[in-house]
Design a protein around this ligand. Structure first.
Ligand code: ZN
Length: 491
């Protein structure tokens, strides 16, 4: 098994992955809150942990990947007060809250499929796990780390901090938190402003509500991930991921909840992807730079000068290490689009390579080895991509007759692209119609052009012209070369 090192946000260093139940790996990633269109902020964690999922699977681990759907109403300002986000949308659009959830969930799934993000093993809904969440509140109450107040239940942060350490993931301490806590509605129910809700009594107008021993109400946001990860991965599991914005308070509260209820740290490795900025600015609805994925795919947004295909967006995200920020701009995306097209052409051109020597002057296996080293070093996808460009230079030099390849070199190049470009980076061939297999498609075009060459040899100009003219009309650019033909499809 490879030596995979991943950066653990808890220990703040790279650690060798040693699964608790080798070869099984349990992995939990915080999924979307489904009350709006999927955007870049959804794409980055999904792609980051898709790479990890693909790599672990490639290494032979048996991965159970759980990514939740937050569909229980959470509150507009995330501070235990205000209106529930899903219910607000439902009210504004005159829909059932679950219609809002289903509508945006379908759109999320469609966008993830376009980005070639593999579906997780289990995708549990918070609303389907209310019983488990109520049980977790009871367990924390029994251990004495929570209290009931006017039908709501709050986690007692100060009491927890006396025995354990609240803030170990984010590095915050409770004095700082106290100094930075604003007084908000509902605070009078709490013993301490930094306490967080485990269960909230629902206001009369609140639609999404369930009965519990304390009140008709709904669970606190942090509860669902602790309850569902425990249900599907056990009290202790390997990897918990999410965006860096979730470190505090969400993941900090998850740690407190699992330690308080089971006396165990549920998670061995915490992993967080960094954020995305747009033209150097944080994304935000009020800044007008909030571009959703469909707008990227259609180019239908005033900040975009063109459409960017899902694979361009995916490739662009992978050109940065997941712990670095990524800044979206038209220039950067156009560069990615060109780079991706170069790699795709190179892959196609492997078919045209011929073995011209028995003695190798290049070593493709070495490039492949370097890529494994990069992946083992905390999933360093930009390094993998740089080696794919190196392979592209080799392919192009061989086509130009500048270097000679052995038949083993050619097989290695094919293998290298298949493993790293397609399987691990998860790039797929994109055609305008989306789903057709690029290989079958290329072969069909090649076949037509071969028929055209034969027609020319037979002086059957009518057939030869017809093939050329019609393919050109479909958007193909055809070039005759001294040993045959070249073609490409222009958009
Ligand atoms: Zn979560």
């Amino acid at each position: 098994m490879a030596q995979l090192y991943i950066y653990n946000t808890l220990s703040k260093k790279k650690e060798l992955l040693k699964p608790l139940h080798d070869p099984r790996v349990g992995m939990y990633v915080c999924g979307p809150t489904v009350y709006g269109d999927p955007h870049l902020g959804h794409a980055r964690p999904a792609i980051t942990f898709d790479i990890l999922f693909r790599y672990l699977t490639h290494l032979g681990y048996k991965v159970r990947y759980v990514r939740n759907i937050t569909d229980v109403g959470h509150l507009v300002n995330d501070a235990d007060s205000g209106e529930d986000k899903i219910a607000k949308k439902a009210r504004l659009e005159d829909l059932e809250p679950m219609e809002v959830v289903q509508y945006y969930l379908n759109r999320y799934h469609k966008a993830m499929e376009a980005l070639n993000v593999l579906p997780p093993s289990i995708e549990p809904h918070a609303s389907g796990h209310i019983i488990e969440q109520i049980q977790l509140v009871k367990d924390i109450l029994d251990k004495g780390y929570a209290y009931e107040s006017k039908g709501s239940v709050y986690f007692d942060v100060e009491k927890y901090d006396e025995k354990y350490n609240y803030g170990i993931l984010s590095g915050r301490n409770i004095e700082d938190m106290l100094n930075n806590t604003r007084e908000l509605d509902g605070q009078e129910e709490k013993r301490n402003p930094i306490d967080f809700a485990l269960w909230k009594k629902a206001a009369p107008e609140h639609i999404m509500r369930w009965s519990s021993p304390w009140s008709d109400g709904f669970p606190g946001w942090h509860l669902e991930c602790t309850a569902m990860s425990k249900k599907y991965l056990g009290e202790e599991f390997d990897i918990h991921g999410g965006g860096m914005d979730l470190v505090f308070p969400h993941h900090e509260c998850e740690i407190a909840q699992s330690v308080a209820s089971t006396d165990k740290h549920a998670v061995k490795y915490w992993m967080h992807n960094n954020m995305i900025t747009v033209n150097g600015q944080k994304m935000g609805k009020s800044l007008g730079n909030f571009i959703n994925l469909e707008e990227f795919f259609t180019g239908n947004h005033n900040l975009l000068t063109q459409a960017y295909s899902p694979m361009t967006v995916r490739f662009f995200i992978l050109q940065a290490h997941y712990r670095s920020t990524v800044d979206f701009s038209n220039e950067a995306l156009q560069a990615s689009e060109k780079g991706l097209a170069r790699l795709m052409d190179a892959y196609k051109n492997i078919e045209r390579l011929e073995a011209k020597t028995l003695e190798a002057t290049v070593n493709i296996k070495d490039l492949e080895q370097k890529c494994f080293e990069a992946m083992n070093d905390d999933l360093n996808t930009p390094i993998v991509i740089s080696h794919l460009f190196e392979a592209t230079r080799i392919i192009n030099s061989a086509l130009a007759g500048q270097i000679l390849l052995t038949s083993e070199n050619i097989d290695d190049l094919k293998h290298f692209f298949n493993v790293f470009f397609f399987e691990l980076l998860g790039i797929k061939n994109e055609l305008k119609d989306g789903n057709a297999s690029y290989e079958a498609f290329s072969k069909a075009v090649d076949m037509l052009l071969e028929i055209r060459m034969q027609a020319k040899q037979n002086k059957d100009w009518a057939t030869s012209d017809r093939i050329r003219n019609e393919l050109t009309a479909f958007g193909f650019e055809i070039k005759d070369t001294k040993d045959g033909f070249e073609w490409k499809l222009n958009k």
